[in-house]
Structures are given as C-alpha cells and as structure tokens.
Design a protein around this ligand. Structure first.
Ligand code: FAD
Length: 266
C-alpha cells in the first residue's frame, strides 16, 4: 500500500516495503492514497449504483453487433457483445447510499435480476448466461476538479493519472479512455523533460495537468449530468425523455464527438 510520499526524496511504502523513487506516478484508482496525501477530497457518491456482468456462450453469442439500451424509471440497463462468445451487460439503479459491500456473487445476481424481473426477455436470458463470479456491484462516484479549489495534479515529482485524479461516472464511457489519454500525454511530456534540458520534470507534470484539465473537467460534469437525466424516476419526465428527447438527440447526432482524442506522435 503506497502510504507515504515525499516531494523531494519520494519515499514510498508499498506492502511494508520502502522504496526510494525519483518520480511517483499515482495511477492507483478512485481510492488513491496518493491523491489523498496530495489533498484531494474523497470521490462523492452520485446517488446511483451499477451492476455489471459478463455473459458467456461457449457455442457463440447470439446477438447482433450493436449496443442495446433500455430505459426505465430510476433504472436502466444496457448490453453489448464484446467478443464472439461474451456479452457485457450493466444495470444502473438509484440508491440513497452506496450500500454494504456484498461479495457473495449469488446474492449479487439475485439482486440484479430482481431489479429487472419484468424487462425484455433478451436481457434476462443474457443475465442467466452469466457466471455468478463475473457479477460486480459498484457505487458510482466522481470528483469535480474545480479551478483554484482542487489541488494541482502534481506536487513536485509526484503526479496523478486516471481515476486517481479525475474519477468520473461511466455515463459517457470515458473514464478508462481518459486514463489512457492521460498516460499518452504524460509519457510525451516526461520523455521530453528527461531527454532534454529545456524543461524540468516538475514543469512537465504541470504542463500535463494544464493540457488535460480542459478535457477532464467538462467531461466529468457532463457525465454526471447525463447520468442524472438517465436516472430520473418521475414517470412523466421519463416518458418525455424516452419518447422525445433521446430519439431527437439520436437523430441530431453526432453523439460520440466527446470520444475524439488526437495525440501527437510519441
Ligand atoms: C460501471 C462502470 C462502467 C464503466 N464503463 C466504462 C466504459 O465503458 N468506458 C470507459 O472508458 N470507462 C468506463 N468505466 C471507468 C473505468 O473503469 C475507469 O475509469 C478506469 O478503470 C480507470 O483506470 P485507472 O487505471 O485510473 O484505475 P483502475 O482501473 O482503478 O486501476 C488502478 C489500479 O491500481 C491498483 N492499486 C491501487 N492501490 C494500489 C497500491 N497501493 N499499490 C499498487 N497498486 C495499487 C489497483 O489494484 C488497480 O489495478 C466504467 C466504470 C464503472 C464503475
């Protein structure tokens, strides 16, 4: 467990071992002790949780290659084939609290099925084809990186990447994508600092933060707002959303422009 860092000496403790490092890259996820040490607040629970599972079909999965969404009231589900034999599915549901951590996968599957018991048979069949031990339940959280309020992305030669820096809700499917983008930008800046004398590692980390923040901050907010709209539970509002707003947005397109990311060659 990384639990002590020093911006000059970079002494890190990992599973009881002490390491001397020149640079610390904190890519240790939403509960990052490194982010905590840098002064970042705990990620905030946004009022909904997700079940996820991976259905398995040894003889080949039966679905067309497309993403399927089903919207309910305070509840939604989706499924998509991810290989010739596997189908990924999720269910998002409103919850007043993150709830207890449940490790018994049969309980998780039962709870997930109860949420959607009268939903389309195709979804239920996919859940039935899901090995219990692939099912997880995750409270959804995020952290908004307010300018001048949030700590900077780096402190000396310690820097954050991915969820450790910018946990976002999965409603735009961008958390892991942004973590990968972070690493590309950071690698480019760090390589330049190490291979030339025109910039220091500390400056490279600051420059990485300045380049990434304008992408990360609006995406985190947008993902949160989209999630709130998709989790509405008022029947009238849901009907307008499902029958007017979503079809209109789909017709207007393009809906995926936020996934564009262009990088210089490394
Ligand atoms: C329901 C749901 C659906 C999602 N869907 C999508 C999607 O469709 N598209 C998308 O792009 N993103 C999606 N995401 C987000 C995505 O999962 C995360 O943004 C991504 O995993 C972040 O990557 P990361 O490497 O920053 O952190 P993580 O994936 O959390 O990796 C951190 C790693 O650090 C390790 N670690 C932690 N502490 C220590 C330590 N002290 N020492 C050593 N190792 C440590 C952990 O074991 C872990 O392996 C989804 C998230 C959820 C919850």
């Amino acid at each position: 467990m990384a639990n002590s860092q020093n911006t000059n000496g970079h002494e890190t403790q990992s599973n009881g071992q002490r390491m001397q490092t020149t640079i610390v890259i904190g890519c240790d996820g939403i509960r990052s002790p490194i982010a905590k040490w840098m002064g970042f607040s705990e990620p905030k629970f946004v009022g909904h949780c997700a079940f996820r599972g991976l259905a398995s079909y040894s003889g080949g999965q039966p679905l067309e290659s497309r993403v399927n969404y089903i919207y309910g009231k305070g509840l939604r589900a989706g499924y998509v084939p991810v290989s010739s034999t596997k189908v990924y599915w999720f269910i998002c549901f409103n919850s007043s609290s993150p709830g207890p951590k449940i490790t018994d996968s049969t309980v998780l599957k039962k709870q997930a099925k109860e949420l959607v018991e009268n939903w389309p048979q195709e979804l239920l069949n996919i859940m039935d084809s899901t090995p219990d031990d692939t099912i997880i339940r995750t409270p959804l959280v995020d952290r908004w990186l307010w300018p001048a309020i949030s700590p900077p992305v780096s402190a000396g030669k310690v820097v954050l990447v991915g969820d450790a820096w910018h946990p976002m809700t999965p409603n735009l499917g961008q958390g892991a994508c942004c973590a990968l983008e972070d690493s590309v930008v950071l690698a480019k800046k760090l390589a330049r600092a190490i291979n030339s004398n025109d910039t220091s590692v500390e400056e490279a980390f600051k420059s990485y933060g300045s380049e990434r923040w304008p992408r990360i901050f609006p995406l985190t907010i947008r993902a949160n707002l989209v999630g709130s709209a998709l989790q509405w539970d008022n029947p009238v509002v849901c009907s307008v959303r499902n029958n007017i707003v979503i079809p209109k947005l789909v017709r207007l397109g393009p809906l995926l422009e936020h996934t564009n990311f262009t990088s210089e060659n490394l």
